[in-house]
Design a protein around this ligand. Structure first.
Ligand SMILES: *[C@@H]1O[C@H](CO)[C@@H](O)[C@H](O)[C@H]1NC(C)=O
Length: 224
């Protein structure tokens, strides 16, 4: 009798531990999308699917659209990040972002990543950015995220090239402004994908910088 109740207690303990493990796993799993219950638990082989959109978008993009999310840097502390079709292109973890302007070029038809670069707009040579922008070919998507200071070395030639990609705010981009933008080389109108916050001591979230910006959406694939 003692042995049976001891066994029952052990089983009860194991079941409790399993329940706690499953609960924790489903609450805290960020990377795993599928919760698979052991086959012997429940009659059928059940799977609970938690739908997750590309780049963590609140709604998935329709077919023939690319999902993207761009975050500017936070003050001069946390670097910016860019996601395209569920792929992190640039981020502090990837260690390929820097102060100034961070730019990724993507083929607008295939979604293939073409180039990624960071341009120091405080100390750097603005001609390298000018050259980079001038060489962008038709049908290229351009993703931009600011970090710390995108404005000090900004000049009219660069502003004009960004305006040509569909930017409305590049013309007023200045010292320590926050800016996130997605444009395209052959855009004939203004891009709907842009956010801008002026560095203003009256409204700044951080002492010397405005709040970081987040831009997400679905950009139509260019079909030739
Ligand atoms: C995009 O990829 C297609 C197919 O490979 C190619 O024909 C086109 O030239 C590329 N465009 C750009 C802007 O890279």
């Amino acid at each position: 009798m003692m042995r049976v109740s001891g066994l029952l207690r052990l089983v009860a303990l194991l079941v409790t531990l399993l329940a706690v493990w499953l609960f924790l796993r489903s609450s805290f799993s960020l990377s795993t999308k599928t919760i698979r219950l052991p086959r012997w638990l429940g009659s059928a082989h059940k799977e609970i699917r938690v739908p997750k959109s590309k780049c963590g978008l609140s709604k998935p993009c329709p077919a023939n659209f690319f999902a993207f999310k761009i975050c500017s840097g936070a003050a001069n502390v946390v670097g910016p990040s860019m996601c395209f079709e569920n792929q992190i292109l640039m981020s502090p973890v990837k260690n390929n972002v820097g102060r100034g302007l961070n730019i990724a070029l993507v083929n607008g038809t295939t979604g293939q990543v073409l180039r990624m670069n960071s341009f120091d707009m405080y100390m750097g040579d603005p001609n390298s950015l000018l050259k980079f922008l001038a060489e962008i070919s038709e049908g290229t998507l351009v993703l931009v995220a600011s970090y710390d200071d995108p404005g000090t070395k900004m000049n009219d030639e660069i502003r004009k090239l960004f305006a040509g990609l569909g930017s409305s705010y590049a013309k007023q981009l200045g010292f320590r402004d926050s800016w996130v933008f997605l444009g395209a080389k052959d855009l004939r109108s203004k891009s709907p994908f842009e956010q801008f916050l002026k560095n203003n001591p009256e409204t700044n979230k951080y002492e010397g910088w405005p709040e970081l910006l987040e831009l997400e959406g679905c950009v139509p694939q260019k079909i030739f």
